[in-house]
Write a protein that binds this ligand. Sequence first.
Ligand code: HEM
Length: 207
Amino acid sequence: MRFPAWRIGVFLAAAIWPLLWLYEALADSLGPDPGKVLVDRLGLGTLILLLITLSMTPLQKVTGWSGWIVVRRQLGLWCFAYVVLHLSSYAAFILGFDWSRLGVELSKRPYIIVGALGFLGLLALAVTSNRYSQRRLGTRWKKLHRLVYLILGLGLLHMLWIVRADLKEWSIYAFIGGLLLVLRIGPVARRIPRLMGKKMPSVIKTK
Ligand code: HEM
């Protein structure tokens, strides 16, 4: 296994936040509505992890260090774990597992439909993120995994719908997302290593 300490460090850095928030909830330090705070933090965590995962390939191109690619899949799976926790805390703390309220909830909070589409996209990517699916799907795998940019768009739209008037924080995520999308465009992506005066290592596959 390459870069074991780096992989473990990334694992711990991603795992620590939900544990810390759970501890805060148990210690009664999340304010009067801890359930909602957990839903919000996990939602934001999902979006941030999505952006971090998408920045691994450009970072590898800019720095030439293959360590970024080594943790890309792990970060993508963490993003999925966060969205599962986000959805579960919504079901537990906002819905109270009362599924009969779902119809009213969807008309009251239509942004949930956008979030649910994003969740389904992340589920498809997580299920097919293994080597077996990569081999079986061949060139279709790459096409499928381009869905990640649509998922990012859905995540940003979902958040925009929630924050509405307070666009400051949202604009930062949207800007980073837009930048990552531009860096992904063929002619721009090809120029990155040249701009940095680096040669692209031929052994590393990038998305
Ligand atoms: C079935 C799937 C989903 C459901 C049911 C759901 C539900 C929710 C709910 C109820 C909130 C809190 C709204 C409020 O503060 O009033 C929220 C916030 C949020 N969600 Fe989701 N969500 C889902 C999927 C996603 C996905 C896929 C992403 C990201 C890619 C995401 C990112 C966010 C963000 C960034 C926030 C705002 C956090 C903040 O304001 O600090 N959610 N979501």
